[in-house]
Design a protein around this ligand. Structure first.
Ligand code: SAM
Length: 421
């Protein structure tokens, strides 16, 4: 690191950490001075028996070690942390947010943002919920690196919908981790982002958990499109993100024993592939926002019991919407039968995306409950269809379904997508 930049970084960190309005400092990213025992160090003020201390938390990817220092004794440990040369340092005070990035060539990039009076930043990061996980106006290197924000932290107008989608998704992720009791373990949470596309959600989830919530998480994005995977891997490398990887592979072949499976707008049957993958690896939490639904649309007909729906199925758009609802109802029901507490919710207002339904499933319910198995049988019989999820889950699901038969249906390739999101 050039001396001038090292001195500037050290100065900025010292000023912030010893300021009366200091909130938090996070050191993460590839250490520029060679490997260290720590993946991340977080410093924040805490009050112990009525006296203000600075708490240093050191994370090595499996556990964290915490030391509390009186401010006057904290200079030496702070110098040691700065000397480790982490590539990224995020500093928060009541007045401003500073995002310091150290490039490979040792150049220091400084993002600085004044905290607005409305207080976009929580005073106690540990126990207060921020308005948005990645708020606008923060000097957050990630949103700029993704091209969602400009260098001043302003959201680009064309990226506002993606910005909202990601933030809302992260809110559900945070609550979901709580519900699924995935926090507080002595190993990183493993997350699969199925159909990661340009990697917005993948990178955002990794950053939010590791750098902001300081929850150790390993995140893998998979996609069949080699070009988006190449670009995502390049971005991840530029950001120096650790525990973040991308693989060009169909979701069904992803080699991840995931605790959490995310799927945002995985096209058509790619959503089924994501759900099946989550079930196979025993994921505790699934957050899936389906996209275009073609498979069932090709097979539902106004015949048999469903002939009463002829006035609906006659019209292409009504048939499509019916197929969407029926597909997601089957998906939610399959998850419930297989032991997930499952809800279908609007994860974001429709003005930000028309594809705004989220299937949210948390493991822990009784498997194979008769009432839900009966519902499946009746719904399936009514429509005379074989949902794609049933087909790919095979025995995992059909063992709970007495007398399951498989109608021959027109096939769909995983992930054909034509709809605007
Ligand atoms: C609409 S994009 C969504 C990308 C990203 N999740 C987002 O919301 O920005 C859907 C992605 O799923 C990928 N995909 C479709 N079928 C797939 C499959 N079977 N396995 C892996 N990726 C798939 C596509 O290549 C595409 O990049």
């Amino acid at each position: 690191m050039p001396i001038a930049d090292a001195a500037t970084l050290s100065e900025l960190v010292t000023q912030a950490v010893f300021a009366a309005d200091f909130r938090r400092a996070t050191f993460a990213g590839k250490p520029r001075q060679g490997p260290t025992a720590w993946q991340r160090v977080v410093i924040r003020p805490v009050t112990i028996r009525g006296t203000r201390h600075l708490q240093f938390s050191y994370f090595d990817g499996r556990k964290d070690i915490t030391h509390n220092h009186l401010p006057e004794s904290a200079h030496r440990p702070l110098d040691v942390v700065v000397a480790l040369g982490f590539a990224g340092v995020h500093l928060s005070t009541d007045r401003e947010e500073l995002d310091l990035r150290l490039t490979k060539k040792g150049k220091l990039l400084i993002g600085r943002k004044t905290v607005s009076d409305s207080g976009t930043v929580a005073t106690e990061p540990h126990n207060r919920v921020k308005e948005l996980p990645l708020p606008e106006g923060r000097a957050d290197h990630l949103l700029a690196a993704l091209g969602i924000a400009d260098a001043d932290g302003r959201i680009r107008p064309t990226m506002r919908a993606k910005f909202r989608q990601i933030n809302e998704f992260l809110v559900h992720l945070r609550h979901g981790l709580d519900d699924a009791r995935l926090l507080g373990h002595d190993r990183p949470i493993r997350i699969l982002d199925a159909g990661s596309g340009s990697g917005y959600l993948t990178l955002a989830a990794h950053h939010y958990l590791n750098d902001i919530l300081t929850v150790s998480a390993e995140v893998v994005g998979v996609d069949i499109n080699a070009e988006v995977i190449r670009k995502s891997a390049e971005r991840s490398h530029q950001l120096g993100a650790e525990g973040l990887s991308f693989a060009c592979t169909p979701i069904a072949n992803a080699q991840v024993e995931a605790d959490v499976v995310l799927a945002l707008h995985a096209c058509d049957t790619a959503t089924d592939a994501a759900l099946a993958q989550a079930i196979r690896c025993g994921a505790k939490l699934i957050l899936s926002v389906p996209c275009c639904h073609h498979h069932l649309n090709a097979s539902i007909r106004p015949e048999g019991a469903a002939s009463v729906l002829r006035p609906i199925l006659r019209h292409g758009i009504l048939k499509q919407r019916t197929a969407d609802i029926v597909t997601d109802a089957f998906r939610a029901l399959a998850l419930r039968i297989l032991g997930y507490r499952t809800d279908v919710i609007e994860f974001i207002s429709p003005e930000h995306t028309a594809r705004n339904l989220m299937i949210r499933a948390v493991a822990g319910a009784t498997v194979g409950e008769t009432a839900f198995v009966t519902e499946w049988q009746e719904l399936r019989q009514f429509w005379n269809v074989e949902p794609y999820l049933e087909r790919i889950l095979g025995e995992t699901l059909t063992r709970w379904l007495p007398n399951a038969t498989s109608p021959t249906l027109a096939g769909t390739r995983d992930g054909e997508c034509e709809t605007q999101r």
